[in-house]
Design a protein around this ligand. Sequence first.
Ligand code: MEV
Length: 311
Amino acid sequence: MKELGIGYAHGKIILMGEHAVVHGLPAISLPFYGAYVKTTVTSTHDQSTIHSSYYDGLLSDVPQELKGIAILIETTLNYINKQDQAIHVDIESTLPANRGLGSSAAVSVSVVRGVISAFKVELSEDELIELVNVAENIHHLNPSGLDVNTVIADLPLYFRRDKEKRHLPLKLKGYLVVADTGELGSTREAVADFAQTLHNNTDMIARMNRIGVLTEETLTSLYIGDMSQVGKAMLETHAILRDFSVSNDTLDRFVDTAMQYGALGAKLTGSGQGGCMIALASDEKSAEHIALRLRESGAHQTWYYNLEGQQ
Ligand code: MEV
């Protein structure tokens, strides 16, 4: 193989409905273009190799963190009938890992895209998702599919596990601020903790169902452009997620800081227990100010962007 293959994937932001989505309730997510993953595939002799920030060496010897990716590469090569080809896979990422921004799904998507582009093969969206799920199932055990579907989406997404996937051609108003706590979250553990808190607890089941109601209301608010209502729903959702022990002190502090400096709403995004917080701001000046205050308050990195540019 002489050809070079390159695959990209952007990140994802869950606006509403994380965790509840695992249990069948709706979620609304957004593509996140602030950071991305790029995979370059070249030919090699002998045995396949991989280079990433975690590891540089033979594909057959990858450490535990990369097992899912190694299996994904083999599965993809098998799927396109190139199992006998030795390749070198180089993964570069500006998406911080384990921060709720979809890094693991984005790495998988960019790897599959890189491999298929190297062999000039095209896959349907369903085939891509099915392949990526090989790695997601290894990393997360019980993924809802929201992450993968969002990192391949170019529009906001309304998603219900195994039921509905609707791209939303919305002209969203306002700015979104994203702040990285710098603390690593584990989706696997957070999803398990959420499920444990939920188990046979009617009060917590009702709290989770409230997230579902808030997500549906948010969809309406987005359609009518009522961003202050979206902000209120985000804030209430954060309080519920905190009751499920999937927030932490830093995320709570960031939410307070964002609200103190004029955000319309704020919440954790993704699986939580670390990772990132998002805040909704009415305009660019407000977003810039909130981002600055969050950095002063300890955020490792912040991004903000106009939601209108989303589509
Ligand atoms: C993780 O980004 C989102 C969760 O809802 C898990 C999932 O949907 O699989 C916490």
